[in-house]
Design a protein around this ligand. Structure first.
Ligand SMILES: NC(=O)c1ccc[n+]([C@@H]2O[C@H](COP(=O)([O-])OP(=O)(O)OC[C@H]3O[C@@H](n4cnc5c(N)ncnc54)[C@H](OP(=O)(O)O)[C@@H]3O)[C@@H](O)[C@H]2O)c1
Length: 269
């Protein structure tokens, strides 16, 4: 019988985040074999054509090829997937992307020789400009931890954070905040009479230009806020009114709702 090489990066689940990660990895020049298993194999055909992934129809065969096993199914599918895997007989580093599902639950469903890590990337990794938080099971060797970091470093910055901060990171680091802010600002500008195109351009530059400069510069956020809003001026009036209308409260409540959802994911048996 032909021996299976356990050297591939294998994604279980071929949806949104897998396609962004695979695109980012290939963009970075990652040439190692990538295998994707999804229960809807047709869905991942595009990944095969565009990014040279191997589509593996059999879950067992996909797992057999894995050195790095990326769990990329929705949190409510994790338990079923791990139960279907059952047992793995060779050492594997498994990286769960599932929001809210703690290492303790993952370990309890799939134990040694599997060692666990969690990673929280965003779809921005498609462009190589992402940020990924990681946390490791203490049993995972230093060299395996390095391998996981190196993989995600190909698609952006990597930060290691304690697991008890993972949910707060997850809800804060979502590119949806930027898209949402852009959509709300542009829609409000349109109501003032700007054309849709100009409203989107003005809103996009308002949100990004200063932030890119802040990211690359040394000025404090407090100083930039001070500089951008002349006392008694237009920006100061707009900011004060937004604050009074509940802007801060709305953001805090939004993040709390995200945290509550993450805790629900953790409680799923
Ligand atoms: N999207 C993001 O921005 C993002 C960012 C960071 C982390 N994550 C995490 O990444 C995970 C995946 O998110 P996603 O947005 O990529 O989800 P998604 O687009 O729904 O993709 C998940 C895919 O996995 C399939 N699947 C589920 N159970 C399976 C099983 N037992 N065997 C084979 N395939 C199975 C799903 O099929 P069905 O549709 O039939 O279930 C679906 O095609 C989530 O846990 C999420 O928390 C997502």
């Amino acid at each position: 019988m032909k021996a299976v090489r356990k050297s591939a990066t294998v994604f279980l689940g071929g949806g949104r985040i897998t396609s962004a990660l695979v695109a980012g990895l290939r963009l970075s020049g990652y040439e190692k074999p990538i295998v994707v298993h999804d229960r809807h194999p047709r869905k991942v055909l595009r990944l095969k054509q565009q990014y040279r992934v191997v589509v593996e129809h059999s879950l067992g065969k996909a797992v057999q090829q894995a050195h790095l096993l990326i769990i990329a199914v929705r949190p409510n599918s994790v338990r079923e997937l791990l139960d279907r895997i059952g047992k793995i007989s060779h050492p594997v580093t498994a990286v769960s992307l599932a929001a809210g599902v703690p290492l303790s639950k993952l370990r309890a469903r799939l134990g040694p020789p599997v060692r666990w890590a969690r990673a929280m990337p965003s779809p921005v990794c498609r462009s190589g400009r992402g940020l990924t938080a990681v946390v490791f099971d203490p049993e995972l060797s230093r060299s395996e931890q390095q391998k996981v970091k190196q993989l995600f470093a190909r698609v952006g910055l990597v930060v290691e954070i304690p697991e008890n901060q993972f949910d707060a990171f997850t809800v804060t680091y979502s590119c949806s905040h930027g898209y949402h802010a852009l959509a709300v600002l542009a829609a409000a500008a349109e109501k003032l009479g700007l054309s849709r195109r100009m409203a989107q351009i003005a809103a996009l530059h308002a949100l990004t230009d200063g932030l890119i400069a802040w990211r690359e510069g040394k000025t404090s956020l407090q100083n930039l806020l001070h500089e951008a809003a002349t006392p008694g001026g237009i920006s100061a009036a707009a900011m004060a009114c937004m604050k009074k209308s509940g802007y801060t409260r709305a953001v805090e409540r939004g993040l709390r709702a995200g945290m509550a959802r993450a805790r629900k994911n953790a409680k799923r048996r």
